[in-house]
Design a protein around this ligand. Structure first.
Ligand code: ADP
Ligand code: MG
Length: 459
C-alpha cells in the first residue's frame, strides 16, 4: 500500500478520535516517510514533536497502523533534515553495491591465467601478443588484438588471462563477452523497441559496451550470420577505438576468411595485432600433460612412456588432452590401489583412453601402410618389422620403414617408436639418420626409397 494512502487514512481516524486542538498541534504537519521491514518512519516538523508523540501518542499510532495495514510496526520519528541525511547514506550504499555488481559483471574466469598457460612453438606469438596487451592496454598499434585458431587451442584461456591480468594490475573496467551474448543483447533492443522502451534499453546497451576500458569479445565469427548486429558492433568498435580503449577479439578463422562480414569490419580487425594459434606439436603436448598432471598431483604415477603415448596419440586440441588427463586420473584412482609400484603402465593407459586416441594427431593409417608396403617389398611379415629381431634381413627393412615414417608422415620419434612395437625414440632417430646417410652414397638404396615412396603415394 502506498505510504500516502496509509497516512491519510491514519490521520482521518485520529481526527475523529482526538480534539481538534491536539490533532492540529501534533499531527497536522506530519507525514509518513517509509513503511518497510516492520519499520514506520514518520516525519515531524520540530524536535518537540518527536518527544511528545513518542510519550503520548505512540500506542495510538501503532494501533492505527496495524488496523490499516494488518502489520505490526516499530515507529520512529524523524525531522526533515534527518531524513535527508538518511537518504544520502542510502545513496552511497547503493553506489557501492553498483560497483561491486559491475566487478562481478566483468564475466572473467579466474582459473585462466598466464601462469598456467603452457607456451610452445605453436602458441608463443599469441601468448606474447596477449601478454604485451595485458601490460599495456589501449596502445594504438596493438588495438585490436585479433586471436584466431581452431577450437580447443587456448584462445578463450588467453583472453581471460589478459582480462584477469588487467583487473589485477590496474583499475580499468574490463568486460568479457561472447559474440552470441552481444548479438542477443542487440536483438533485445529490437524487440523492446516495439513497446516504446527502446530508448532506455539503448542507453543500457551503450553503457554496457562503451562505458568500459577493455572489451574482450570471444568467437566473433558468429557475427557473420547476424548482419543487422554488424552495424552496431561497428559503432561500438569505433567508439571504443577512438577513445583508445583496448579491444580483444577471437575467432576460429583469420579476418581474410570471413565471407559474410562487412569489409569495413574486416579491415578494422587487422588494424592492430593479429596472432594465429596453431595446434600444439609433440613437445608442447607433452609439456602440457606434465604440467597438468603435476597440478593434479599424479605425475609420479605416470611413466615417461605413457606420457609419450598420450602426447603422440591425443589431440590435436588441448581440450582433448584435458579430457584424456581427467580420464587417466579417474583410472589411476581405480587402479593404483591394486598395483605394487603405484604406476600407470602403458597397457592401463591404452585401455583407459581408447576414445581419445587417434583423433587426428596420429597418422596411424599411414604408418601401418608404410609398414605393410616395406614388409611386402622385402618379403618379411609386418609382425617381423615390429618385432625385436635384430637379424639384418629384418632390421634393415625396419630402419627403412622408420625412415619413411619420419619423412612421409612427419610423426615424432617417440610416436614412430611406439608403432614399431614400443621402440625407444633414440632407436628411431638412429635408424632415420643411418638411412639418410646411406642414401647419399648408395644409389640403389635411393632408388628403392623412391619406389617405396611412390607406392605409399606421396611423391
Ligand atoms: P579455444 O577457446 O581456442 O577453443 P580454450 O581456451 O577453451 O580453447 O582451451 C581449451 C582448454 O585447453 C582450456 O581448458 C584451456 O585451459 C586449455 N589450454 C589450451 N591451451 C593451453 C595451454 N597452452 N596451456 C594450458 N592449458 C591450455
Ligand atoms: Mg573458445
Amino acid at each position: 500500500m502506498n505510504v500516502d494512502v496509509v497516512w491519510n487514512k491514519l490521520l482521518s481516524n485520529l481526527k475523529e478520535e482526538l480534539s481538534s486542538l491536539s490533532y492540529d498541534t501534533w499531527f497536522s504537519e506530519t507525514n509518513l516517510y517509509k513503511l518497510d521491514n516492520g519499520d514506520a518512519k514518520i516525519i515531524v516538523p520540530m524536535p518537540i514533536h518527536k518527544k511528545h508523540l513518542q510519550d503520548q501518542y505512540i500506542d495510538i499510532i501503532k494501533d492505527n497502523l496495524n488496523l490499516i495495514t494488518g502489520n505490526e510496526y516499530d515507529v520512529e520519528f524523524l525531522l526533515e533534515e534527518e531524513i535527508k541525511e538518511e537518504e544520502s547514506k542510502e545513496e552511497k550504499n547503493d553506489e557501492k553495491k553498483e560497483e561491486i555488481k559491475e566487478d562481478v559483471h566483468s564475466n572473467l574466469n579466474s582459473k585462466y591465467t598466464f601462469e598456467n598457460f603452457v607456451v610452445g612453438n605453436s602458441n608463443k606469438l599469441a601468448y606474447a601478443s596477449a601478454l604485451s596487451i595485458a601490460e599495456n592496454p589501449g596502445k594504438t598499434m596493438y588495438n585490436p588484438l585479433f586471436l584466431y585458431g581452431n577450437s580447443g587451442l587456448g584462445k578463450t584461456h588467453l583472453m581471460h588471462a589478459i582480462g584477469n591480468y588487467i583487473v589485477e594490475n590496474s583499475d580499468k573496467k574490463v568486460l568479457y563477452i561472447t559474440c552470441d551474448q552481444f548479438i542477443d543483447d542487440y536483438k533485445s533492443i529490437m524487440r523492446k523497441g516495439s513497446d516504446g522502451t527502446n530508448l532506455s534499453y539503448l542507453d543500457f546497451f551503450k553503457n554496457k559496451y562503451r562505458n568500459i576500458d577493455v572489451l574482450i569479445i570471444n568467437d566473433i565469427h558468429s557475427l557473420e550470420n547476424a548482419s543487422k548486429t554488424q552495424n552496431e558492433f561497428f559503432n561500438t568498435f569505433n567508439s571504443l577505438h577512438n577513445d583508445s580503449k583496448q579491444i580483444i577479439i577471437s575467432s576460429d578463422r583469420s579476418p581474410d576468411d570471413f565471407k559474410k562480414l562487412e569489409d569495413r569490419l574486416r579491415t578494422r580487425f587487422c588494424w592492430g595485432l593479429t596472432a594465429n594459434i596453431y595446434p600444439p606439436d609433440f613437445e608442447l603436448r607433452k609439456e602440457i600433460l606434465i604440467k597438468k598432471l603435476k597440478g593434479e598431483g599424479v605425475i609420479d604415477a605416470i611413466p615417461d612412456e605413457v606420457l609419450n603415448y598420450m602426447a603422440s596419440n591425443i589431440g590435436p586440441s588441448v581440450r582433448q588432452l584435458e579430457g584424456a588427463i581427467n580420464r587417466l586420473i579417474y583410472y589411476s584412482f581405480v587402479f593404483l590401489d591394486n598395483t605394487k609400484d603405484k604406476k600407470i603402465t602403458l597397457d592401463v593407459a591404452i585401455e583407459a583412453l581408447p576414445e581419445y586416441v587417434n583423433n587426428g594427431v596420429g597418422d596411424n593409417d599411414k604408418i601401418h601402410r608404410i609398414q605393410r608396403i616395406v614388409s611386402e617389398y622385402f618379403q618379411i611379415s609386418v609382425d617381423d618389422i615390429k618385432s625385436k629381431k635384430r637379424s639384418s634381413n629384418i632390421s634393415f627393412p625396419r630402419q627403412i620403414a622408420m625412415y619413411l615414417c619420419r619423412n612421409v608422415t612427419d610423426e615424432s620419434f617417440p610416436k614412430i617408436g611406439l608403432e614399431f612395437g614400443g621402440k625407444d625414440h633414440s632407436t628411431v632417430m638412429h635408424s632415420v639418420e643411418k638411412i639418410e646417410n646411406e642414401i647419399k652414397v648408395n644409389k640403389d638404396l635411393a632408388n628403392i626409397i623412391e619406389k617405396l615412396k611412390n607406392d605409399i603415394g606421396t611423391v
